[in-house]
Design a protein around this ligand. Structure first.
Ligand code: GLU
Length: 478
């Protein structure tokens, strides 16, 4: 069997959205699983939809997410150019060939004539009017500079059938396919033509793309057949939904990879989660590195039914990645978010990272979880009420002055001695651990939830600051 070659062929129309990245990822994983090559091709023939800067976004996103291609516009390869607008001459040459082979024809119809073919709903099926022009008529029109397009010559009867590796046998009646434009009047190819020429010339063995192309594939096959080329193998991917009815799409402004990175999701978790949108491994394992995904990926695991994008699930996965990081890794990967906090560089940051690890799911939670170290002031004393811990303001009134006295007596203000002192206080007051710990924690943070437990927080704050905060809290509940 020849070497597997897959490609990702995005159009540069803005941010790389989640669906696009999933297509890229599956193409990459499929090729890498089988020791093949993965190619990036930029499909920029639709100039009306072109967005400045988006080619760079595609390069950056793919590198950043680790979905790296073996060939592409910015890395080269033997099958270039990899940007469609640089391949115009190639398309013209092959379009002429296809005309000679009878698979396409010149069409000189005016815009008015085309409009007159439209039905009440604006739909149009071209009537093959120009197919009957003689060779001489065509040459004369071309010589006189008459504007033209090249259309595909789709049979009026018959059925196009092919086998998709996910969806099985697909059949479309040719009568339902229009003689679509292959070369536009400005000489640019349409996607419908360029994808066939490029996939063939670039030696693509497996075409992986969304189900929106499932029903147009028979018309591409007509072209492969007309040229006498081998058809590629098709793998169509189920749509990703926002909810039961709406597709996730960049046209609807749904979040892109970059948006999620900016929101503080761990990159590996985003890629991991995207891999699970439409594919599942045979095991129950959900957390998988890119290396593991490459090893485990198989077509059998691709689902036919749409999958729903569940941000909470991705968030959970992101939290799992954070838990597994070393303190150094967390500090490095989340540096931007630490820098946004008021604490940056002022404390033992490694210690702070270790306290945070189990308490956040995305990096953007970092500032809110640690700013209390630098910020302390009026807070709602209702925080002392905690049903499960069996505490309230009255309990706090007993605990706080006692805790102040005990902690003031410590010379060694370390985790262990703070712990011992508070445990002795629990015994002395005949209370439950939670009653003492909760009250002191609230009293020295002013928050319901922060990084770290009471001992760690007190240790970080130091004795002086801890006592100062206790004094303030005692005055608040007097
Ligand atoms: N440029 C097309 C798109 O962005 C690519 C489809 C394909 O993979 O053939 O949808």
């Amino acid at each position: 069997m020849s070497k597997v070659r897959t490609r990702f062929a995005p159009s540069p129309t803005g941010y790389l959205h989640i669906g696009g990245l999933r297509t890229a990822l599956y193409g990459y994983l499929y090729a890498k699983n089988l020791g093949g090559d993965f190619i990036l091709r930029i499909e920029d023939t639709d100039t009306a939809r072109y967005v400045d800067g988006s080619v760079q976004i595609i390069y950056d996103t793919m590198r950043d997410s680790g979905i790296m291609y073996d060939e592409g516009p910015d890395v080269g390869g033997n099958y270039g150019p990899y940007v469609q607008s640089e391949r115009k001459n190639i398309y013209t040459e092959y379009a002429k060939k296809l005309v000679e082979l009878g698979g396409a024809y010149y069409c000189f119809c005016s815009a008015d004539r085309i409009s007159s073919l439209k039905d009440g709903e604006g739909n149009m099926k071209y009537d093959k009017h120009c197919l009957s022009l003689s060779k001489e008529e065509i040459e004369e029109k071309l010589a006189s500079g008459c504007p033209f397009v090249i259309r595909q010559n789709v049979p009026l009867e018959g059925t196009g059938t092919y086998h998709d590796l996910v969806y099985g046998d697909i059949s479309v009646d040719y009568k339902d396919i229009e003689d679509g434009i292959l070369i536009k009047s400005d000489g640019m190819p349409t996607y419908n033509f360029a994808n066939v020429i490029d996939d063939h010339l670039m030696g693509i063995t497996h075409v992986i793309r969304g189900t929106e192309y499932l029903s147009s594939t028979p018309k591409y096959n007509l072209m492969y057949d007309a040229f006498g080329w081998e058809r590629p193998t098709y793998i169509h991917l189920p749509p990703i939904m926002k909810d039961a009815v709406h597709k996730l799409s960049k046209r609807n402004g749904d979040a892109s990879y970059e948006d999620f990175v900016n929101k503080g999701y761990v990159k590996e978790a985003i890629v991991n989660y995207i891999a699970l949108l439409g594919w599942s491994p045979k095991t129950n394992q959900e957390k998988m590195s890119l290396e593991e995904l490459k090893k485990n990926f198989s077509l059998e695991g691709i689902n036919k039914s749409p999958s729903i994008f569940d941000e909470n699930k991705m968030r959970w996965l992101s939290g799992e990645y954070i838990k597994a990081m070393t303190d150094e890794e967390l500090l490095e990967k989340a540096d931007k978010f630490f820098a946004e906090s008021k604490v940056y560089g002022k404390y033992d940051m490694k210690k702070i990272a270790s306290l945070l690890k189990t308490r956040i799911e995305i990096f953007s939670q970092i500032p809110e979880k640690i700013n209390f170290l630098e910020e302390f002031g009026a807070y709602d004393t209702a925080l002392f009420c905690h049903k499960k811990m069996k505490t309230d303001v009255e309990i706090a009134k007993i605990v706080l002055p006692e805790a102040r006295k005990t902690l003031e007596g410590l010379t060694d203000f370390s985790f262990d001695s703070i712990h011992d002192a508070l445990m002795q206080l629990v015994a002395k007051l005949g209370m439950k651990n939670g009653q003492v710990f909760w009250c002191v924690r609230v009293a020295i943070t002013g928050f319901e939830s922060t990084a770290g437990g009471v001992m760690e927080i007190a240790e970080l704050l130091g004795k002086e600051e801890t006592l100062k905060r206790l004094d303030y809290s005692i005055s608040l509940i007097k």
